[in-house]
Design a protein around this ligand. Structure first.
Ligand SMILES: Cc1cc2nc3c(=O)[nH]c(=O)nc-3n(C[C@H](O)[C@H](O)[C@H](O)COP(=O)(O)O)c2cc1C
Length: 161
C-alpha cells in the first residue's frame, strides 16, 4: 500500500501532525510519502493572518509550488489542513480543485483552535465528491503538547483496516 499525506501548514501544527502520522503509518505500510503544500502568498504577521481569514472565507484559491508526488500514484491520500474561518486553507482548496480526479481513496485531518472541523470536512468532501475512509480533528494545543496520540492511533487503525 502506498500512502501520500498532503498538507498545508502556516505555523507548523498541521506539519507536526503529519510527521507523527507518517511515523506511525510506517510501522504498517511500506511506502508513506509527505507533500507539504507551499502557498506563494505571504501569510505571516497580522496582515497575513487577516488576508488568510478573508481568502478562506471567500473560498479563494491561491498559487502553490509544483507538487513533488502525483496523487494518482498512491492508494490512499490523507489530506490535512488547519481550519481557517471555519473552512480549509486556500492552498488545500487549490490542490483539491487541481487533482480531485486523481484521488479515489481519501482520509481527512484538520487542526484547529477549538472550533472543530466538521464544516471543513464537509467542504473537502463536496469538492472531491468522495466520502473519507477516516477523519481526524485535532486541537492545536493538543498537537503542540503531544496529547493527540490516542486519536491519531484510532485514525490510523481505520486507514489500514
Ligand atoms: C486565518 C486563521 C483563521 C483561523 N480560523 C479558525 C477557526 O475558524 N476555527 C478554529 O478552531 N481555529 C481557527 N484558526 C486556528 C488554526 O486552525 C489552528 O491554530 C491550526 O492548528 C494552525 O495550524 P498550522 O500551525 O498548521 O498553521 C485559525 C487560524 C488562522 C491563521
Amino acid at each position: 500500500m502506498k500512502i501520500l499525506i498532503v498538507f498545508y501548514t502556516r505555523t507548523g501544527i498541521t506539519r507536526k501532525a503529519a510527521e507523527d502520522m507518517a511515523e506511525l503509518l510506517k510501522k504498517h505500510v511500506d511506502n508513506v510519502q509527505m507533500e507539504e503544500l507551499i502557498d506563494h502568498k505571504d501569510r505571516s504577521g497580522k496582515i497575513g493572518y487577516l488576508a488568510a481569514a478573508k481568502d478562506a472565507m471567500r473560498k479563494n484559491e491561491t498559487e502553490i509550488d509544483e507538487i513533488k508526488h502525483h496523487p494518482k500514484d498512491f492508494d490512499m491520500i490523507i489530506l490535512g489542513t488547519p481550519v481557517w474561518a471555519g473552512t480549509m486553507a486556500p492552498a488545500l482548496r487549490t490542490y483539491l480543485n487541481s487533482y480531485r480526479k486523481d484521488m479515489h481513496d481519501v482520509s481527512f485531518y484538520c487542526t484547529h483552535g477549538g472550533g472543530g472541523a466538521s464544516k471543513t470536512f464537509k467542504g473537502i468532501k463536496s469538492i472531491l465528491d468522495l466520502s473519507p475512509k477516516a477523519t481526524l480533528s485535532l486541537r492545536d494545543k493538543d498537537v503542540k503538547e503531544g496529547k493527540h496520540s490516542s486519536e491519531l492511533q484510532e485514525f490510523i487503525k481505520t486507514i489500514i483496516r
